[in-house]
Design a binder for this molecule. Structure first.
Ligand code: G4F
Length: 360
């Protein structure tokens, strides 16, 4: 039995990692959370009462707190999922992004170097490091060509991990994670924004009594507003990824790997799959900022999705698709959830949160 520190434990990946370790190992899990006036504990509700789980205060921008935690807890593993992970806001707060995502990694590695040099460290890398890609699928050797302050901060973290590994012989790995989603995903990311939007529209339209009382005879639907529909991403399930991270941390020698599904789908395809699962039938009409995804089933036509250029980014990553064959072959990593299953799981969860169920 050993101690594990997980930063970002209230987020999607941190909470999935903590839950995975509590279920599958006998380790004590210390989940680090940042001080906030109104913290949201919903992602850890299912396990926060476990005796082997403890919430601890800390902040990646504050080395005193990181040093204290490593000195006192003496972790065997330090898993850094704490980050500002939203690419879209990284142009608005580039310094904060670097403080947390890049300098935060130096703070963790310095604390490990001084207080627990045998600790194994995981750094959450990102396919955003590849940016405007040179080839497809991208593997671990793909050049670093970030397109956002977020991507640049993750490239810095990658270099820092390599430097500490080679200079101090620390077991540190930087896993390159392509997009990964799930029922604990934050609502600002496009997948969850879509599945929450589908559930809201389903609730508005199919609970006819409710909306008729509110709006009169025909459905009044507030369409979902999205930005670039043509970007393509390689989406997987975060619960599959935390298992890959654990394999990386327990390999013999530290080596970086890519985690990815190997499939690319556009935002448009995600929209279609999510609405189809909730029994909508849509058509794309118009072009560019005038494009609309219109419900064409039943008596009424109404817009399900419209384009809002406010959600465009100053620079876009058009296509991400990863090659994860090395970790599948060498560490026997096997993801379970397909793109279609992921979409269905997220839509079902958001419908359930609104007490809606698709009729069988
Ligand atoms: O869901 P997103 O915000 O994720 P993004 O930027 O790909 O980043 C995620 O994956 C990275 C790994 O590749 C992680 F490192 C990172 O932390 C994060 O988890 O946006 C996906 C795509 C983009 O092309 C964006 O322009 O969706 C497009 N998009 C279109 N409309 C939108 C929207 N994105 C958001 N967030 N909101 C929209 O309305």
């Amino acid at each position: 039995m050993a101690n594990v520190i997980i930063t970002g434990v209230l987020g999607q990946d941190g909470s999935n990692m903590a839950e995975f370790l509590l279920k599958n190992t006998r380790h004590n899990v210390y989940g680090m959370m940042r001080r906030s006036a109104t913290p949201n504990y919903s992602n850890i509700d299912s396990f926060s009462g476990r005796s082997r789980f403890e919430l601890v205060d800390g902040d990646l921008t504050d080395e005193i707190s990181i040093n204290r935690l490593v000195k006192v807890i003496k972790p065997k593993y330090f898993i850094n999922f704490g980050a500002n992970s939203f690419v879209g806001c990284s142009w608005d707060m580039p310094l904060q992004i670097f403080e947390t995502n890049a300098l935060g990694v130096i703070r963790c590695l310095e604390a490990i170097k001084i207080y627990k040099p045998k600790c194994r460290f995981y750094s959450a890398g990102s396919s955003e490091e590849f940016g405007d890609v040179d080839y497809c699928p991208q593997d671990i050797l793909h050049p670093l060509k970030p397109r956002s302050p977020y991507g640049a901060s993750k490239c810095t973290a990658r270099h820092v991990v390599k430097v500490y590994r080679e200079s101090y012989n620390i077991f540190a790995v930087h896993g390159i994670l392509f997009n990964h989603e799930g029922v604990r995903r934050g609502g600002e990311f496009v997948t969850r924004k879509i599945t929450k939007g589908v559930a809201r529209i389903y609730d508005e339209v199919f609970h006819a009594d409710k909306w008729r009382k509110r709006n009169g005879g025909c459905p009044k639907v507030q369409p979902l507003e999205l930005g670039n529909l043509d970007a393509k991403r390689d989406w997987s399930d975060s619960e599959d990824f935390v298992q890959g991270v654990w394999l990386m941390l327990n390999q013999k020698k530290p080596k970086d790997y890519v985690l990815a599904s190997g499939e690319a789908h556009s935002i448009r395809e995600f929209v279609e799959a999510a609405f189809a699962h909730a029994d909508f039938d849509g058509d794309w009409r118009g072009e560019g900022i005038n494009e609309v995804y219109t419900n064409s089933k039943g008596r009424h036509e109404y817009p399900l999705v419209v384009v809002n250029p406010d959600f465009y980014r100053p620079a876009e990553v058009d296509l991400l698709m990863g090659d994860s064959s090395p970790i599948r072959k060498e560490l026997k990593w096997k993801p379970k959830v397909s793109f279609q299953k992921l979409v269905e799981k997220m839509v079902d969860n958001d419908l359930k949160l609104l007490n809606c169920k698709i009729p069988a």
